[in-house]
Each structure stands twice: as structure tokens, then as C-alpha cells.
Design a protein around this ligand. Sequence first.
Ligand code: DP6
Length: 356
Amino acid sequence: MAEEKKWVRLVTAKTPTNIAVIKYWGKRDEALILAINDSISVTLDPNHLCTTTTVAVSPAFQQDRMWLNGKEISLAGDRYQNCLREIRKRACDVEEEDKGIKIAKKDWESLHVHIASYNNFPTAAGLASSAAGLACLAKLMNVKEDQGQLSAIARQGSGSACRSLYGGFVKWIMGNSEDGSDSLAVQVTDEKHWDDLVILIAVVSSRQKETSSTSGMRESVETSLLLKHRAQEIVPKRIIQMEEAIKTKDFPAFARLACADSNQFHAVCLDTTPPIFYMNDTSHRIISIVEKWNLAEGTPQVAYTFDAGPNAVLIARDRKAASLLLQRMLFYFPPGAGADLNSYVLGDESILQDAG
Ligand code: DP6
């Protein structure tokens, strides 16, 4: 390693967020983060909703440290430590001659990293904010692992984060092995495959959720009979149907499955003792508006899905449907009328203008 103590090696990367259309809810192994069912998500455009992470390494750093949105957070938990250990194990030689940086594989064991992450979306309000900047650390440490193996490491930070390693539609295979080596993410279709879809997020509340996903799903596993039925009987069939709907771009089937799965996930939350309420009255109104509209059109125009929070993720079949959706949202929730709703359009901002 270079004797000079002054160098710092920096890498910045954007980690997109993902939204599940077939939900992960429940672990069979809490330490390794192994799910009780497969799940499927869509990765959002990293230019819109993402986490930007900068990681730095320097011989001057005395310990590993991390900041989230400018506030230092503790790295003491097992999840962080597991991820850091796994990624360090796979680190390789790095050489940047012009900066006088030379790091040998064995040096990574004693070098410390600083990690700074910024989310440009409401943190911990049910918008998959737990997706980590692992890809960034992998780049910093010149890790040669493929995306699938990296996803298995990301999984140990937060289950849903493992699906953010790919764009497009992604499946997290729960796997069967005890050590979790076959529990990883695979891409179902890439981001270009179904690019007619427009995703809009209605931010109902940016307040931190009361029950974290981690403790909520633990309570559901312990107390909900509906969850057992869901994981064993319902989700395996839905996964096959959802993959088919995505591959054939069958929007009516996609919308039916996504809405039903979101509703069943929230039914499991209600079936938990004590019950967990992630959605609120505004979320319920949004569901009614979309359901009535889809019914009136005779074929679904929009799918909705809600993660562990009240915010609605609305997936419109195309640009025209997205623009009509936005018109409706602005009609039912006029800005400034105290309805506690802000809308973000992802992808193409000009849809806002189309909607007037
Ligand atoms: C409702 O991945 O945040 O968003 O693995 O305990 O970190 P941990 O939980 P997390 O749970 C996400 C739950 C969900 C559904 C999903 O994204 O599939």
C-alpha cells in the first residue's frame, strides 16, 4: 500500500429504487434475510427516484462511518456489518497511478470506508428507501462478482434492496438452501422491454412509518394465518402469471395481479396481531378512484400498489392513460386544498403539462 497517508479514493453511484408488484413479506431466516416467497418488482428510472451514494476509502480513516441525508447513522447493526464483511472479502487490487493509490487485496481488511447516501424521495415512508449503495462499494473495491452474487450480498442489508441491482422487471428468487446462496435476484425483462408504462407516485405522506417493514413482517410471520396461506398457495401461482403478463405485455393481467397482491399484502397486515395499518383514508380513496375508472373503461388503464406506507404507486398502461390519471388526481386532490397529496411523475415530466 502507498505509504502516503493523504490519498482518498472516491466513487459515486446512483442506486435506483424498486417497487414490488408481487410483494415480499415475511422471512424464514432473520439473520440471512431469506424470504418465505418469491417477489417481483419494477426498478424505477434512476434519474428520478434514487439514492446517490459516495463511498470513500483512505488510510487516514480510523473507522467505518456512514451518513444518510447528511446525518450520521450507526453502522453497529448486523446487517451493515454482514454487508461490509462480505464485500471486503471479495475486494481486489486497485491501482490509480496518477493519484499514487495502490491498494492490494489484503489491504482492504484494515482500510476503513466512509459512506454518504442521499435519497431524493421520502425516506422510510414505504418507498423502498432501504435499497443500499452496495453497487458503489463494489466499484470502489474493484469487486469482480456478477450482479446475481452482488444481489445476494445486498439482500443481507435489506431484502428488497437485492432487486435494485437490475433495471426493468426483477424477480427475487427465495431459494431453498440453508446458507442463502441460491436466494438472489434475476432480471425478468430489461428496462426497454415495456417502456410504454408510466409510473406515477402520489406522495400521500412523507412521515416516517410507525412500524418498520422488518418488525411488521416479523409480527405477521408470528401471528397471521393468512400470510401462511398467501406464501404457500397464492404467491407461487401469481409469480408464474405475473412473469407471463410482463413478458407478453398483457396490461389487464398485470394490473389485476398487481392490485390483488397489494390488497392481499395489506390484508395480511390487518390479519397481524396487533394489526398494522400502512394505508390511510387518502390511500383508500385513491384505490376507489382507480377501481371505478378501470371498471368504467371496461379494461384496466392503471394499476396501483402500496408498500409499507400510505403512498400510492400508480402504473399507467401508456402516456395517454397517465395524463388522464393525473387529470383525475388533480381533480380529486386539488393542490392547496389540504388533501395532503403531492404528485410526482416519473419518466417524462411533460405529462404534467399534457394534464393541464
Ligand atoms: C412491503 O426489504 O424493507 O416493500 O428485508 O427487513 O429490510 P427488510 O425489509 P424490506 O421490506 C420491503 C417490504 C415491501 C415489499 C417489497 O418490497 O417486496
